[in-house]
Each structure stands twice: as structure tokens, then as C-alpha cells.
Design a protein around this ligand. Structure first.
Ligand code: ATP
Length: 227
């Protein structure tokens, strides 16, 4: 039985499409940090990038298929239901209100996303609302992080870094933890580009998601786009 105060993990993303990089991140950090749940939150209109290729409904459907019956995972469609741009700080504010002041919340981020954090809306507030847990990602070696972080982010990182990641259980928010996970050099971009070229992305993502992509004809380049 889980306790109501056990930490919850939040994994936001465009999931265009969801792949094994996301699933291993959620599974490994969920287990290593003894999280009660890892909640996938697909974004509707992401602020940091162009529009996703697949519709919000398709990306949500793919996440639901990918998580299947994994008891650790759940999906939350709040950002897709929300009108306008999705800011993580707004989502975390809502979650904090719903989960109460003392429940630890862990915002799970790949290293690429963390290094970009200082460009996010009201990013300092994220540390008031949640812990930030950074997952290793190929192409973003840990020993280069400090050099790649803008100074204000480097300052927060060193002040908040917890040597023991399980310390996320001891406070509701405010810490930074680093989680080494299996290095899977998979990205949604790689998958979209592959499908667009007619190459199979099999073994980069669950078969259920691949079947969905094929059945809906997702990521196949429109012949008119290439003219
Ligand atoms: P794209 O290629 O379209 O930019 P992506 O594969 O990076 O997409 P997102 O949906 O943008 O996927 O990522 C959601 C979160 O998952 C981010 O925090 C990202 O850093 C993390 N993530 C994605 N793929 C991996 C991976 N292979 N290893 C570790 N973290 C990952």
C-alpha cells in the first residue's frame, strides 16, 4: 500500500510520439526514488517549440497505449484540455493545490530539458512547487552540464543539489536530484524523421504505439510538403 505522502513524479513532454526513452526514464526514476506514481502530462500547445506534428488527441492516445497497465504510470490530460499555451509552472501550481502542501512532487526532466530551464516561464517558482529530478540523456554528459548551464541556473543547481536522491521524500519541494538511467539515444525527432523517410521505428517505441502510428498514417510526409 502506498502512503498518501509518498512522492509523485510528473513527466511532461510533447510525446510526438512517446518512445522507450520516456518510458525507461519514468520506470527507472520511479523505482529508484520510490515514487508512488509517475504521471505523464502531454502538452497541448508547448511554449518552447513549433506545433507538434500529431494532434493532441493522437499524442494522448499514444501515451495511454504506451503506459498500458503499468501500475506505476498514469496519464493526465489537463494540459491538452487547457486553452492557450501550457506553462509547467501553471500545471505544478494546480497540482500543488490538489495534492496538498506536504506531498513531495518531483518534476522529471531529461538533461536537455533541464539545461534549458532558465528559459521557462517563472522558472524560479518551479523549485518552490516541486523537486527537480534530472535524468541522464545521451549527448548531454554530466561533466559538461555546469559549463552548459546559464549562470542563474548553475547557481540554483549547486545550491539545491541533493547527494542522496531519496531525500525527495523528506520535503515537498526545493531539491535537485540527478538520476543516472539507461542511456537510450532515442528522440521523437528521430522517429518522426524515420517514418517520414519510410524507415521503420520498430524497437524504438512500443508496438502498440507503432500500430497506432501506422493505422492513423502519422508522420508520413505529405507529398505536397516535399515539392
Ligand atoms: P523531440 O525529439 O520532438 O524534441 P523528445 O524525444 O526530446 O522530443 P519530449 O516529449 O520533448 O521528447 O521529452 C519529454 C521529456 O523526456 C523531456 O524532459 C526530455 O528531456 C525527456 N527525454 C526524452 N527522450 C529522452 C531520452 N532518450 N533519454 C532521457 N530523457 C529523455
Amino acid at each position: 500500500m502506498s502512503t498518501p505522502t509518498a512522492p509523485i513524479g510528473i513527466l511532461g513532454g510533447t510525446f510526438d510520439p512517446v518512445h522507450f526513452g520516456h518510458l525507461r526514464l519514468a520506470q527507472e526514476i520511479g523505482q529508484a526514488l520510490k515514487l508512488d506514481e509517475v504521471r505523464f502530462i502531454p502538452s497541448g500547445t508547448p511554449p518552447h517549440r513549433g506545433s507538434p506534428q500529431a494532434s493532441a488527441a493522437d499524442r494522448l492516445a499514444m501515451v495511454s497505449l504506451a503506459i498500458g497497465d503499468n501500475p506505476l504510470f498514469s496519464v493526465d490530460d489537463r494540459e491538452i484540455r487547457r486553452a492557450g499555451t501550457d506553462y509547467t509552472v501553471d500545471t505544478l501550481t494546480e497540482l500543488r493545490r490538489e495534492l496538498g502542501a506536504s506531498r513531495p512532487i518531483c518534476l522529471l526532466l531529461g538533461a536537455d530539458a533541464f539545461l534549458d530551464l532558465a528559459t521557462w516561464s517563472r522558472w524560479h517558482e518551479l523549485f518552490v512547487l516541486a523537486h527537480v529530478v534530472i535524468a541522464h540523456r545521451p549527448g548531454f554528459a554530466v561533466d559538461t552540464w555546469q559549463a552548459r548551464m546559464p549562470q542563474p541556473l548553475a547557481k540554483e543547481y549547486s545550491a539545491r543539489l541533493m547527494q542522496q536522491p531519496l531525500a525527495v521524500h523528506l520535503a515537498a519541494a526545493g531539491g535537485v536530484a540527478v538520476a543516472p538511467i539507461a542511456a537510450l539515444d532515442i528522440s521523437a525527432t528521430l522517429i518522426r524523421d524515420g517514418v517520414g523517410r519510410g524507415a521503420s521505428p520498430r524497437y524504438l517505441l512500443p508496438d502498440s504505439v507503432l500500430d497506432y502510428i501506422h493505422s492513423k498514417g502519422l508522420y508520413v510526409q505529405d507529398i505536397n510538403e516535399t515539392r
